[in-house]
Design a protein around this ligand. Structure first.
Ligand SMILES: [Zn+2]
Length: 372
């Protein structure tokens, strides 16, 4: 088996071809820039034809690479007797990274970027550099915007967090980015030897027409979300899954998850099974008290339903802006898994896969017992 066959996820088009080879039914959801399809796959074969499908989605934030790989592993060997839907990667262009996506625009799909200066040179040659200050450059090239940091820039500590806080403070920057997706390089600490301009880089940022700055796990409540969000929103609305696993990663080095379970009054047995299994397999859990210092949130905004299981406080109404919150409006219980990124990728993939499989097993048990 070649490297690419064993690791099809290092490029979006290969990942999709690999899902096709599994014999799953492909569903085209939408097309994003550069004629890139956003797709889902359906495992139709089922022992439970009367049950709604289970949806597994990944790759909303490119650097959270464990989710895309864990979803792929589950698709390869589902071990679940119900209908399943997979959205292998919610942000194809961000997943492929700056090298591949910029390379496609300039007609050099195998482009390799040697570093910040090389990136800025390419930006100047092929587009408009709209921001270049203190080692941070942003350029518009074709239909997209691209970001690069010099190696000593403080934004490298967490490129996605940094740029999402930075842009709203610069009105001229908000203005030039309106309606655009900004591709963000990865954080060197999480690149594990990969290029920060390569696959599984930084989480793409989207600035909507009103100037609101967010990412592809936001805008689910918006009238005009980016196509990546609109595609998943309509797909979920149309398919009406009862259960959703949206695979993300988080601060710190331990496993946890968000859920809307408390709002729908079901699914506590599923998250308990997930957490208990993750612990039993030797992966520690992130308690809410230790996660809170990383989050810029008021004290009472989030409650902990079970160790490592976080929920919006039902006493505070939140707009359904993230996918996991939007899920409530279609009656689906969503588990937004969050593995801590301060671990090697292989470890994070294992923890995520174990958690989802434990959840699936519990759902199967419910079905066999005749429960919803
Ligand atoms: Zn995420």
């Amino acid at each position: 088996m070649s490297f690419h066959e064993q690791h099809p996820y290092t490029r979006y088009d290969r990942l999709i071809e690999a899902y096709e080879r599994l014999g799953l039914r492909k569903v085209e959801l939408a097309t994003t820039h550069l004629d890139t399809p956003i797709v889902a796959f359906s495992k139709d074969e089922t022992e439970f034809p009367e049950r709604p499908p289970v949806l597994i989605a990944a790759g909303a934030h490119a650097e959270e690479a464990a989710g895309v790989i864990a979803a792929w592993r589950i698709a390869e060997r589902p071990g679940f007797p119900g209908r399943m839907l997979f959205v292998p990667c919610r942000d194809p262009l961000g997943w492929d990274g700056i090298e591949r996506t910029l390379g496609r625009i300039i007609g050099e799909p195998e482009l390799k970027i040697a570093g910040h200066e090389h990136a800025v040179g390419l930006f100047r040659e092929h587009g408009d550099v709209v921001w270049d200050r203190n080692g941070m450059a942003i350029a518009i090239v074709g239909p997209l915007a691209f970001l690069s940091f010099a190696p000593d820039h403080p934004g490298n500590r967490d490129t996605g967090e940094y740029i999402q806080a930075y842009i709203p403070e610069q009105p001229e920057l908000v203005d030039v980015l309106k309606g655009r997706t900004l591709l963000v390089p990865g954080s060197p600490a999480h690149a594990e030897g990969r290029s920060v301009y390569g696959w599984g880089g930084g989480p793409s940022v989207y600035v909507d027409e009103t100037g609101r700055v967010g990412n592809f796990n936001r805008f689910f409540a918006a009238e005009k979300p980016p196509v990546e969000v609109a595609a998943l929103r309509s797909f979920a609305l149309e398919q009406r899954p009862d259960w959703i696993f949206d695979l993300h990663e988080n601060f710190g080095d331990r496993f946890g998850m968000y859920t809307n379970s408390a709002f729908l009054s079901r699914g506590d047995d599923v998250y308990r099974a997930m957490i208990d299994t993750v612990i039993a397999k030797g992966f520690p859990i992130m308690p809410l008290a230790e996660l809170m210092p990383y989050l810029n949130l008021p004290e009472q905004a989030i409650i902990e339903l079970y160790p490592g299981v976080y929920s919006a406080n039902p006493k505070r109404r939140l707009p359904p802006d993230a996918f996991g919150v939007y899920a409530s409006s279609i009656g689906a219980v969503c588990f937004t898994t969050e593995m801590g990124m301060e671990r090697p990728l292989a470890y994070r993939v294992d923890a995520t896969e174990i958690a989802v499989r434990a959840g699936l097993k519990r759902i199967e048990e419910r079905w066999r017992a005749g429960e919803r």
